[in-house]
Ligand binder design. Structure first.
Ligand code: NAG
Ligand code: NAG
Length: 419
């Protein structure tokens, strides 16, 4: 008897938890376009039923929904099947799956980062908050400094520059936080020759924007918003394309062995000690996730190794000889700058053909091994249509030929034989 009651309680509990879990994430359909409220802030995942990365994201998405709810966040979490609700996915310009984006005050923000809970939550909180966060006291300023490796700060009163700063923030907030402060909030040691100013604090120091030398504000922020040396992932590396700088990387093993550590330390040392010489042309970092580099090289990347990447043209540079000392690494960097180290890859015609073949090989073959049935359907369907069309053409030609045959001797012969 009590067993039965326990079973009943348990299933009620399970049902309740299933309902409450799903309630954290709302399933959105095309009617969302009419029903959404202007003040709502949404974090939405667009998925397709056949997409395996989307499935992997499901538990993360539920967790994000539940965490944002329990933190009292104003962000509502939704998901939408883009293969069914096409009006919605079209409105949001969804092209790849899963697509993660936020909607706030009719502005859409595409999420550009790794698909982990912490990164997505950080993005959601960043977009949900003010576009430019005001740091009103020295304590708040120091606290923010302790949380962020790089801080982009507007200093001064309202001005035209502030307007420009705010519009840049609107575009780049998907990548970084933007702050504003008055002069007396900054530490005394920060000397600014003029106000208003835009200042980026990083690497234990700061750089100040100067319109005459630095060009437009957005390009300058895009160049300067990365630390001099840091741990990169594929998404950040891709985003660094906008900086226009070359990226010097140590590719290392995830659980760094001595050899990997040596590569990483060498790059870090050169980045720190020769910053003035190279920071105009180079960013420095180390990477454990080599997917992006493997795609660029179109072959498995050697780990550990050194590589310089030109993200503007998908080109890369590899050292000709092994790099043992700081001198070797500096020679390599100079060789890249003066053209004596040859650029490989790139986006020329030959390279594009190679890339096309490589992409087909890497996307089609896994499709067959991961989901043979789906692969067969996807490929046999167009093939069948093509074969059918060929068949129709042949049939039509044969019939046309048959009509002509009526008059000639061969046709007559054939008919006679048949009789
Ligand atoms: C603000 O941006 C406009 C257009 O990009 C530019 O012409 C102007 O000089 C900028 N103002 C300041 C103060 O940077
Ligand atoms: C990187 O690519 C850009 C665009 O093609 C090119 O102008 C630049 O010279 C390249 N940098 C190097 C060091 O090859």
């Amino acid at each position: 008897m009590s067993d039965k009651r326990n079973t009943f309680l348990l299933s009620a509990l399970l049902l309740w938890s299933a309902l409450s879990v799903s309630a954290f994430v709302e399933e959105l359909d095309d009617s969302f376009l009419e029903t959404k409220q202007p003040d709502d802030i949404w974090l939405i995942k667009f998925y397709a039923p056949w997409c395996s990365f989307c499935k992997q994201l499901d538990p993360v998405w539920h967790q994000i929904g539940s965490d944002l709810r329990s933190l009292g966040s104003p962000v509502r979490v939704g998901k939408s099947d883009a293969s069914v609700y096409t009006a919605l996915s079209k409105e949001f310009r969804v092209r790849t799956y899963p697509a993660i984006l936020m909607l706030k005050k009719e502005v859409k923000y595409n999420y550009p980062g790794p698909r982990t809970k912490d990164d997505i939550m950080d993005f959601a909180n960043r977009i949900a908050g003010p576009l430019v966060r005001s740091l009103s006291t020295p304590q708040l300023f120091l606290h923010a400094m302790s949380l962020h490796d790089v801080m982009i700060v507007y200093v001064g009163a309202t001005s035209e520059l502030k307007g420009n700063f705010t519009s840049v923030a609107e575009e780049l907030i998907i990548h970084a936080y933007f702050f504003s402060a008055s002069r007396d909030v900054l530490p005394k040691a920060v000397s600014l020759p003029f106000l208003p100013a835009v200042v980026i604090f990083k690497d234990g120091t700061f750089v100040t924007y100067n319109e005459e030398q630095d060009g437009d504000l957005k390009s300058w922020i895009n160049r300067e918003r990365f630390p001099n040396f840091f741990h990169l992932d594929s998404y950040t590396l891709y985003a660094m394309g906008e900086s226009g700088k070359l990226v010097m990387l140590a590719l290392v093993k995830r659980y760094m062995c001595d050899e990997s550590l040596r590569y990483k330390n060498l790059v870090e040392k050169v980045a720190a000690e020769h910053k003035d010489t190279y920071s105009r042309d180079f960013c420095f970092g180390y990477m454990e996730d080599t997917d992006f580099i493997t795609g660029l090289l179109m072959t498995e990347a050697t780990v550990p190794s050194f590589i310089v990447v030109n993200l503007t043209n998908d080109g890369y540079f590899l050292p000709a000889a092994s790099i043992e000392t700081e001198r070797h690494l500096l020679d390599f960097l100079n060789g890249v700058l003066n053209g004596s180290v040859e650029s490989q890859g790139g986006n020329g015609v030959v390279q594009r053909v190679k890339r096309f073949v490589y992409d087909v090989k890497t996307t089609v073959i896994p499709l067959f091994t991961d989901a043979p049935l789906l692969g067969c359907i996807l490929f046999s369907f167009p093939t069948c249509i093509v074969l059918f069309l060929v068949y129709l053409c042949c049939l039509a030609r044969k019939e046309a030929a048959g009509e002509d045959d009526d008059d000639d001797d061969d046709g007559a012969l054939q008919r006679r034989k048949n009789q």
